[in-house]
Design a protein around this ligand. Structure first.
Ligand code: GLY
Length: 303
């Protein structure tokens, strides 16, 4: 069953974030929603002060990367070697510029490195050691595993690899979509899947799969089963539906339903269109989110 939600009050600016599709236990749900609403609040304040959509998207996602409950940055899940291999991307919809990093060794904020790649403009996507080299050349400092790997991440890794108690599904990918007077940005960051093979890259850093933005239509960030999302180019398919006149909610819902019908898979999507309408859809039991828009006194959120 696909659950979806939308509002239809166009706003001059809006930020909508997700904390990943999955099955967050009831006891932890409030904590995850608080994290999303905090990210939306911080990014919303930046927008209210005149900040750019790009800055707000990075601010929202770095806030979520720094929160250890999410599967991105600090707290991200571990690969088969028991270490971090991080993916992130950002795209802006004006000149259709984008930047990403994948299979990145420990750095605190992969989405900030993705932004540096977008601003640099020479290449779109940097992988593994090359991504680390690019990051250090731009002034980012590698982090230690001790600083970024949490006890929960180690425990889940042991449960998957050593005890076969869990699937590799980690949930907890994070993302943001932002619109400022018709200019849209999408950003996504993740640790991927627990015990994933070395070198595995998911949908998040792939423009069109996990992340896409186009000022002609809107912006989308995905969370879920990356292999399926890549095969469907799902973020771009949402944008194509917006271009054809769909609302953000129906575009998200239809793209997810089409994916399930064609290749299966689980996950969720967040979408804003160029007028500031937002939509969400998931076929998992939870997808925590937070949003802040012009004229709202407080962020809104849900799961
Ligand atoms: N959607 C995140 C991943 O599969 O890596």
């Amino acid at each position: 069953m696909i659950h979806s939600y939308g509002t239809f009050a166009p706003a001059d600016f809006m930020v909508l974030v997700h904390g990943g599709a999955g099955a967050v236990h009831q006891d932890a749900l409030a904590r995850h929603m608080d994290g999303c609403m905090q990210a939306a609040r911080i990014a919303g304040e930046l927008l209210a002060a005149g900040g750019s959509a790009e800055d707000a998207a990075v601010r929202a996602v770095t806030t979520l990367e720094d929160d250890p409950v999410f599967n991105a940055g600090t707290g991200a899940c571990l690969d088969e070697d028991g270490t971090l291999s991080l993916d992130a991307a950002i795209m802006e919809g004006g000149a259709l510029r984008g930047g990403g990093v994948c299979a990145l060794p420990p750095f605190k904020n992969p989405v900030a490195i993705a932004r540096a790649a977008m601003d640099d403009g020479e290449h779109v996507l940097y992988a593994a050691e090359g991504a680390a080299r690019f990051a250090m050349a731009r002034g980012f400092t590698p982090a230690s595993e001790e600083d970024m790997i949490t006890a929960v991440a180690r425990e889940r890794f042991a449960a998957v690899r050593d005890r076969g108690e869990l699937s590799g599904w980690a949930g907890g990918t994070v993302g943001a979509v932002v619109v400022v007077r018709g200019h849209v940005v999408a950003a996504t960051s993740t640790g991927g899947k627990i015990n994933k093979r070395k070198g595995r890259v998911g949908d998040s850093p792939i423009l069109g799969a996990g992340t896409y933005a186009d000022d002609a239509a809107g912006a989308c960030s995905a969370t879920g089963d990356g292999e399926r999302f890549m095969r469907m180019c799902i973020a771009k398919s949402v944008i194509d539906q917006l271009t054809a006149g769909a609302t953000p909610e129906s575009a998200a819902r239809d793209a997810l339903a089409t994916m399930v019908a064609r290749v299966g898979g689980d996950g969720g999507l967040i979408v804003v269109d160029r007028t500031g309408r937002m939509g969400l859809a998931r076929n998992t039991s939870t997808m925590t989110w937070g949003a802040m828009a012009e004229g709202w006194s407080e962020p809104r959120g849900g799961s």
